[in-house]
Design a binder for this molecule. Structure first.
Ligand SMILES: Nc1ncnc2c1ncn2[C@@H]1O[C@H](COP(=O)(O)OP(=O)(O)OP(=O)(O)O)[C@@H](O)[C@H]1O
Ligand SMILES: [Mg+2]
Length: 225
């Protein structure tokens, strides 16, 4: 049995509109094990992004617990959660967000600017290694607005990976890409799981869902299978 790395236990997230509560997610439980490629699928509005954000410590549940390595995120303050995200998690979203006034290499090494300081030459080595891995070694000095969408998303992928995270969260990472570029990102994500990293990806693209080692489906009424 692979060890459980991350766990949501009966998590709900609701919002108040006047006197009413509206649920974005209701009592969902899921465990994420190292080395697995978990795909969260289901219709628009089912709470997929909400669940991903709760698991990734980007949002806090209204009810229920999220645990990482057995430790409750609710017991951590915001800066401890931010530290956990920076060191142990990597993130990708549907549209690539890169700092436009920084080069490709600077964008990739951005996560090293927070937390424990690391020697500049180590940062450069890791950055070079990742740019080679994504096939963009010759584009280190380019600026994001000179890249194609697929190249930008590969830079985001490299940035997500630069600190060797234990979990990569990806919300529709191929949503803005064509078939070839999507496949490239999915293969890269899948390769990480072989190194023991867990991937949690939201997608409703059947092609992308096929890459999952496990698929959970959220429904609009928020029960899940
Ligand atoms: N800040 C908020 N305030 C009020 N309602 C919200 C808020 N965030 C999300 N919701 C609602 O919660 C529900 C779930 O949203 P979520 O973004 O998780 O859906 P999703 O499954 O990711 O959908 P999509 O496939 O369209 O991205 C939606 O009905 C949404 O309108
Ligand atoms: Mg969403």
């Amino acid at each position: 049995m692979l060890t459980v790395l991350l766990e949501a236990q009966k998590v709900s997230r609701f919002f108040h509109s006047g006197k009413n509560r509206s649920f974005a997610l209701q009592e969902v439980s899921v465990a994420v094990r190292s080395g697995e490629f978990l795909v969260i699928t289901g219709p628009s509005g089912a709470g997929k992004s909400t669940l991903l954000n709760l698991l990734g410590g980007l949002d806090r549940p209204s009810q229920g617990d999220v645990r990482y390595n057995g430790r409750r995120l609710a017991a951590m303050n915001d800066s401890q959660v931010a530290m956990l995200r920076n060191i142990s998690f990597g993130f990708m979203f549907q549209t690539p967000h890169l700092l436009t006034d920084r080069t490709v290499a600077e964008n990739v090494s951005l996560p090293f600017h927070y937390g424990t300081p690391i020697a500049q030459n180590e940062i450069q080595d890791r950055c070079r290694e990742l740019l080679e891995y994504i096939g963009m070694a010759d584009m280190a000095g380019r600026f994001p607005d000179t890249l194609s969408g697929g190249e930008m998303q590969r830079v985001v992928f490299a940035r997500a990976l630069v600190r060797r995270p234990k979990v990569i969260f990806a919300d529709e990472p191929t949503g803005s890409l064509d078939a070839d570029n999507s496949e490239r990102i999915l293969v890269l994500l899948q390769e990480q799981t072989r190194q023991g990293c867990a991937v949690v990806m939201v997608s409703h693209d059947p092609e992308a869902v096929r890459y999952g080692s496990r698929v959970i489906r959220l429904e609009k009424n928020h029960s899940h299978t």
